[in-house]
Design a protein around this ligand. Structure first.
Ligand SMILES: Cc1cc2nc3c(=O)[nH]c(=O)nc-3n(C[C@H](O)[C@H](O)[C@H](O)COP(=O)(O)OP(=O)(O)OC[C@H]3O[C@@H](n4cnc5c(N)ncnc54)[C@H](O)[C@@H]3O)c2cc1C
Length: 400
C-alpha cells in the first residue's frame, strides 16, 4: 500500500534541535504555515532532558546564562519566563584518581603568575586554544588542567579550536534573568514549549532523506515516503547531513558544508538515591585523563530523593557497560544504586582555524528562499544557535 502523503506549507524547517525550533518559532511570526520535521522521537537534538519519577536531568546542554540574549528574547516573546529556574551554587570540580578536588588545587600559581601578564599583549585572533591559553597560563597548567577543562566545555578536544570562537565574551546581559539558569522540566521542555507557543506543525520520528528544488518549490522526501513542499526552506541538521540532503540540487552548498568537521560522543545518564552518593554537591566533575570528559550532576537544582550523574565520553565507541563500571569505581556507588540508566549519542561540529572563511563560503551559497542554521556558524552554544536562527529568519522573511 502506498502511504504517500503530500504536505504543503510556507516554510519548511528540517531538524528540530534548538536551531530548527527557534527558526520555526520566529518564522511562524510572519509565515502562514510552518512545518518542522525531526528524525528524533521528540524535538531537542543535543538538548535532551529525560526524567525518572518526575526527576528530570540533562543528557546534553545543561546551562544557559543571562548573556544568552537571543535565546532570552525568544523566551520573553513566547511568555515562557515562568519556566526559568536560577541555578544553585554547586560548582564544577576536578575528579583526580577517584577524589573530588578543587580546580585551583591543580593549578601551578607560579606558572600562572609568571605568564598571566602576557594576557595584555597576546591576541586570540589567529591562535588555537592551545596556543593562546598555554601562553597566558603556562604550558604546565594547560597540559595538566586546562586541556581537560576545555574538553569538558566543548565536548571534544579543544586544542585546535580557534581561540576567538572559544569562551567568547558576549556584549550584553539581560539582568532581569538570573546569571545562570535552566528551565522547569529541563531545557528540552523549553524547546517543546516554543513549539506549542508557536502554532508550528511539528512532526517527529520523521527522517528526511532527500531535498529537491523545482520551479521555485522545495520538496523534501522522508524515509517513510511522505513528501513536504514549501516555498522557503531552513536546514537545521548537522553539516554532514545537510550536505547530503542538498548534494543534488545545491552541489556548491553541499561542498562548502562538507568542509565543517564533526565529532561524535556518547552521554550516559544515571539516577541514584540521594543518600547513596557520597560526593559533595557538584555541578560536575572533570577527570584529568582517560576516556571521559566530564560527569555532570543536577545538584544545582537539588532534589529531596534523587541525584543524577551524566557521564560524557571522549569518543562514541565507549559502551554503556564500560561507562557504568568507570562510574561505580570512581563514586563508590553499587550497581543496585542505579535506579535509571539512559544513553544518547551526540554529534557536534569540530571548528578549526579558518572557520570564518568556511562560514562565508556557506553563506555565499544561500538564497532568498534557502537558509542553513546550526551550531557551526558563530559557535556551539545554545545562544550561538539562537542568534543564527533569528538572523537567518529575518533575512529569509525580510524582517519580522
Ligand atoms: C553533551 C552536550 C552538552 C552541552 N552543554 C551545553 C550547555 O550547557 N550550554 C550551551 O549553551 N550549549 C551546550 N551544548 C551545545 C548545544 O547543546 C548544541 O550546540 C546545540 O543544542 C545544537 O543545536 P542544533 O539545533 O544546532 O543541532 P542539533 O541539536 O544537533 O539538532 C539537529 C537535529 O536534526 C535532526 N536530524 C538529523 N538528521 C535529520 C534528518 N535526516 N531528518 C530530520 N531531522 C534530522 C536531529 O534529530 C536533531 O534533532 C552542549 C552540547 C552537548 C552535546
Amino acid at each position: 500500500m502506498n502511504h504517500r502523503q503530500d504536505i504543503v506549507s510556507d516554510v519548511l524547517v528540517i531538524g528540530g534541535g534548538i536551531s530548527g525550533v527557534l527558526a520555526a518559532y520566529w518564522a511562524s511570526k510572519k509565515a502562514g504555515t510552518v512545518t518542522l520535521l525531526d528524525a528524533g522521537q521528540s524535538v531537542g537534538g543535543c538538548v535532551n532532558s529525560p526524567s525518572y519519577n518526575d526527576f528530570w536531568f540533562e543528557l546534553g546542554a545543561h546551562t544557559c546564562y543571562n548573556s544568552y540574549t537571543h535565546l532570552l528574547e525568544a523566551v520573553r516573546d513566547a511568555n515562557l519566563e515562568k519556566m526559568v529556574m536560577a541555578r544553585g551554587k554547586a560548582s564544577f570540580k576536578v575528579l583526580d584518581q577517584g577524589k573530588i578536588v578543587s580546580i585551583p588545587s591543580k593549578l601551578s600559581f607560579a606558572s600562572l603568575f609568571a605568564n598571566l601578564p602576557k594576557l595584555f599583549f597576546t591576541k586570540k585572533d589567529g591562535k588555537t586554544v592551545r596556543e593562546f591559553y598555554s601562553a597566558i597560563t603556562g604550558k604546565k597548567n594547560y597540559d595538566t588542567l586546562l586541556t581537560a577543562m576545555f574538553n569538558a566545555v566543548i565536548l571534544q578536544p579543544a586544542d585546535d579550536f580557534p581561540a576567538d570562537i572559544f569562551l567568547k565574551r558576549r556584549g550584553s546581559r539581560d539582568k532581569s534573568f538570573p546569571k545562570s539558569m535552566s528551565f522547569k522540566g529541563g531545557i528540552q521542555t523549553l524547546l517543546k514549549a516554543f513549539v506549542d507557543a508557536s502554532g508550528v506543525s511539528a512532526h517527529t520520528g520523521v527522517k528526511v532523506v532527500s531535498v529537491d528544488f523545482k520551479d521555485g518549490v522545495y520538496e523534501a522526501k522522508t524515509e517513510d515516503d511522505q513528501v513536504f513542499h514549501a516555498s522557503k526552506l531552513v536546514l537545521a541538521t548537522p553539516p554532514s547531513i545537510t550536505a547530503g540532503l542538498v548534494m543534488d540540487c545545491f552541489p556548491d552548498l553541499a561542498q562548502s558544508l562538507s568542509d565543517i568537521e564533526e565529532f561524535s560522543l556518547k552521554s550516559f545518564g544515571f539516577v541514584v538515591p540521594k543518600e547513596a552518593l557520597n560526593w559533595p554537591e557538584l555541578a560536575g566533575a572533570v577527570p584529568l585523563s582517560g576516556p571521559y570528559s566530564s560527569v555532570v550532576l543536577r545538584d544545582v537544582f537539588p532534589d529531596e530523593k534523587y541525584r543524577s550523574l551524566t557521564v560524557h565520553t571522549k569518543s562514541a565507541s565507549v559502551q554503556a557497560e564500560e561507562a557504568k563500571a568507570w562510574l561505580l569505581k570512581n563514586t563508590g556507588l553499587k550497581e543496585s544504586d542505579l535506579l535509571f540508566e539512559i544513553e544518547k549519542r551526540h554529534t557536534v561540529p569540530s571548528l578549526k582555524m579558518g572557520h570564518t572563511d568556511r562560514v562565508n563560503r556557506i553563506d555565499s551559497n544561500l538564497t532568498d528562499s534557502l537558509s542553513v542554521v546550526g551550531n557551526y556558524f558563530y559557535g556551539l552554544s545554545l545562544e550561538d544557535c539562537a542568534q543564527r536562527a533569528k538572523e537567518e529568519v529575518l533575512r529569509l522573511m525580510k524582517g519580522l
